[in-house]
Design a protein around this ligand. Structure first.
Ligand code: MOS
Length: 736
């Protein structure tokens, strides 16, 4: 077994989801599907002002309502601790700790009753009297505290003023993107059951370990007694990254009622309670020489954050290394507002930042008179400009060239408003994407059982991305087993800590841990037979062997080997188990800059100039995701991301009433997302090589599929119409 996996079996048309049959037959249990005997149900009461204080709460009627077990408000709630900080955000403040209101929809009470209907009905009987204060809701409100990038990602190179002064051509423009809401299909649910200080929780989460740590801190109980389960999650898109107040409230309700409690959020509660993508305003200044070579790049972004919160939203920071440019300044600012606590939403920050940067580059390409694809190629970053190190892999050039070829870019007449099909104006637009790198530390365990099958597990989750499938494939490949001989366990904190499913990093992080665990199990087999005169593998070292057909065999003498089952049987073992651990190295130690995915997106739009209608006619996405473990699930990720990107470009916007802070479209009827009729054929092409930063060669593809679509579509709309739209979503009123 060498440091690279046997690629042949893993690349190709892909395999079906191993959990597909469970899902389509309804056997896969999502958090809200679980129940306990004697379980009660909780319903939440939310604030109807965005700022101020609670003057009074009248809860006697609710308390007396049929089936009600408990009513909890800040008046009778115990002290709850705040969960531990993570590297990129604090957990949201614990609920019901005082009478202050920081945002519309903040929880001010929870009602526990025998049935969900009784809890909901009683919750409506609670009357809250507020002493409202003026809410800060506008990103440009001068009273709002503005904080600088807390992640140390602002970047400066060279001299921006000098670069601007010497540029032949400049672009200076502002762009804006709206609030958007993650809206996973599965309503988030928490089911909590206490036994003394021990707590079992089923929760919609992308990070079970974090839920465990936060609940331990909230209630001051040992983490060792808490078990969090999330074997299946009905989508997340980032909404499941943080541990939300309702999770703590479900556990508090169960502790107070002395019964297990289930809490399922409503769709409107999903708009205020599990985060959102923050709006941005961005100012970009670009300068270039007459050939289109960038001389200066200045990108300042401001987004919103909630009061008393941090949120990972690096909007401008990727612009520092996306292209080669001598004079660079990127800055991220955040304004504190009375808004619901945000979260990462698929490609947090990057989605918004890329829209501004790739729109501005498109504007520059017209100003210079260079083809937009050529513009990206001329400014190609051959090495990572911030670190000054070679990339662990980068096939952006192949993305641009092969994507353009597949799309038929050369048929494009460069002049705006020059292409037409009947009454439709036709536009071709494109965008480059350099997605950030992230890989969470992960642990896994692998066991070979007496019957020669394997059980591999980790507490990480599969939010629908295909983690079960690709990890099963990976373990099967590494252990030389068939897919049906490998069982993969996920979503249980009694398993080794699996790391966060986020930042497109889990396949690399968990995959590397699985790689190490499987390698460890083979090593354990070799250790077992090291002095075994009956074993043909006696004395073999791990690099001498390979695994195939349920056997370990000598790499150069395939006849010399034996089955796992034979090894275990001869030594009277039920199983052999090994841990696997992955912590990514420091770039300087390995002499390379870790690369996330790269992409080039190409879109054709049709615009009806009389009606202002925009239709996306086709999309080609060329993606460098390193080694693709399963083309089918990876393609599925990119298609899903592309649909999200089309939504961002044309439809999605969470609308807040500027007077009250209420979200006015907090339902799936009024919050617009693309439907089938909005989506054309989406062509996905994978290019590139296995990455060098981890032994399995993968880069994540969970988020890159969304990034670049908004700019590609806006650029196509400009090409079709000659109108530059710098504010998302692109709506009819901007085009007529
Ligand atoms: Mo993703 S926004 O890191 O779930």
């Amino acid at each position: 077994m060498t440091t690279t996996i046997e690629a042949v079996r893993l690349i190709g048309p892909g395999v079906d989801r191993v959990d597909g049959p469970l899902k389509v037959t309804g056997e896969a249990s999502y958090p809200g599907d679980f129940g306990f005997p004697e379980m009660a149900h909780a319903a939440l009461v939310r604030a109807t002002v965005a700022a101020g204080r609670i003057r009074g709460i009248e809860s006697a009627a609710a308390q007396a309502a049929p089936g009600v077990v408990a009513v909890i408000t800040h008046r009778n709630a115990p002290h709850l601790g705040r969960g531990p900080d993570t590297p990129v955000w604090r957990q949201p403040p614990p609920p019901l700790q005082d009478d202050r209101i920081l945002h519309y929809g903040q929880y001010v009470g929870v009602v526990v009753a025998d049935t969900a209907e009784q809890a909901t009905a009683a919750a409506r009987l609670i009357e809250v009297e507020y002493e409202p204060a003026e809410a800060l809701l506008d990103l440009d409100d001068p009273r709002a505290e503005v904080v600088t990038n807390p992640w140390g990602m602002d970047a400066h190179r060279g001299d921006v003023a000098a670069g601007l002064a010497s540029a032949d051509v400049t672009v200076d423009a502002s762009y804006s993107t709206p609030d958007e809401t993650n809206n996973p299909m599965g309503l988030f649910a928490t089911v909590a059951a206490w036994e003394g200080d021990a707590l079992t929780v089923h929760d919609s989460t992308q990070w079970p370990q974090s839920v465990k740590a936060t609940l331990a801190a909230a209630f001051g109980v040992p983490e060792s007694g808490i078990r969090v389960l999330a074997p299946f999650v009905g989508g997340g898109f980032g909404a499941g990254l943080r541990v939300w107040p309702h999770v703590v409230l479900a556990a508090l309700a169960a502790r107070t009622a002395k019964r297990p409690v289930k809490l399922v959020l409503t769709r409107p509660e999903m708009f205020t309670g599990v985060g959102h993508r923050t709006r941005t305003v961005q100012h970009i200044r670009l300068g270039a020489d007459r050939s289109g070579q960038l001389t200066v790049l200045d990108h300042e972004a401001k987004n919103s954050i909630a009061m008393e919160d941090d949120n990972w939203e690096p909007v401008a920071s990727d612009s520092a290394w996306a292209y080669a440019c001598p004079n660079v300044d990127v800055r991220d600012l955040q304004a504190r507002l009375n808004i619901p606590v945000p979260t990462s939403m698929r490609a947090p920050g990057q989605a918004q930042g890329n829209f501004a940067l790739e729109s501005a580059l498109d504007e520059l390409s017209y100003a210079v008179g260079v083809d937009p694809v050529e513009m990206r190629l001329r400014n190609y970053a051959e090495i990572q400009p911030q670190l000054g190190l070679p990339w662990s892999s980068k096939a952006l050039r192949a993305c641009l060239e092969q994507g353009a070829e597949r799309f038929g870019w050369q048929a494009r007449d460069p002049r705006p408003r020059s292409m037409q099909d009947g009454n439709w104006l036709v536009g071709y637009g494109m965008a480059g994407v350099s997605f950030f790198w992230f890989q969470p530390p992960c642990q896994a365990r692998a066991s070979i059982m007496a019957d020669g099958t394997a059980y591999v597990r980790s507490s990480a989750t599969d939010i629908g991305t295909g983690t079960y499938t690709v990890m099963t494939q990976l373990a099967a490949d590494l252990l030389g087993l068939r897919l049906d001989q490998v069982r993969f366990g996920l979503g249980d904190t009694d398993m080794p800590p699996g790391g966060v499913e986020g930042g497109s990093g889990l396949t690399a992080g968990l995959g590397t841990a699985v790689w190490a665990a499987c390698r460890g199990v083979i090593q354990a087999c070799l250790d077992t037979v090291a002095d075994d005169p009956g074993s043909p593998l006696r004395g073999c070292r791990i690099d001498d062997v390979t695994a195939a057909d349920g056997r370990i065999r000598h790499r150069y003498d395939p006849a010399r080997g034996e089955a796992y089952s034979e090894i275990l049987a001869r030594h009277g073992l039920d199983e052999l188990t090994a841990p696997g651990d992955s912590t990514p190295p420091q770039p300087q130690d390995v002499g390379m800059a870790p690369a996330g995915a790269f992409a080039a997106r190409f879109a054709e739009v049709r615009v009806d100039p009389d009606l202002g209608l925009v239709r996306v006619a086709r999309v080609v996405s060329a993606i460098d995701g390193g080694r693709i473990l399963n083309e089918k699930t990876a393609t599925s990720q990119v298609i899903g991301g592309t649909v999200g990107g089309i939504g961002m470009a044309l439809l999605e916007e969470t609308v807040t009433d500027p007077d009250t802070g209420r979200i006015t479209n907090a339902n799936l009827g009024d919050y617009l997302v693309p439907v089938n009729a909005d989506i054309p054929d989406l062509d996905v092409l994978f290019v590139g090589e296995p990455d060098r930063f981890n032994p399995i060669g993968v880069k994540g593809v969970g988020e890159v599929g969304l990034v670049g679509m908004a700019a590609a579509i806006a650029n196509a709309v400009f090409h079709a119409t000659g109108k530059r739209i710098r504010s998302l979503p692109i709506t009819v009123d901007q085009l007529v």
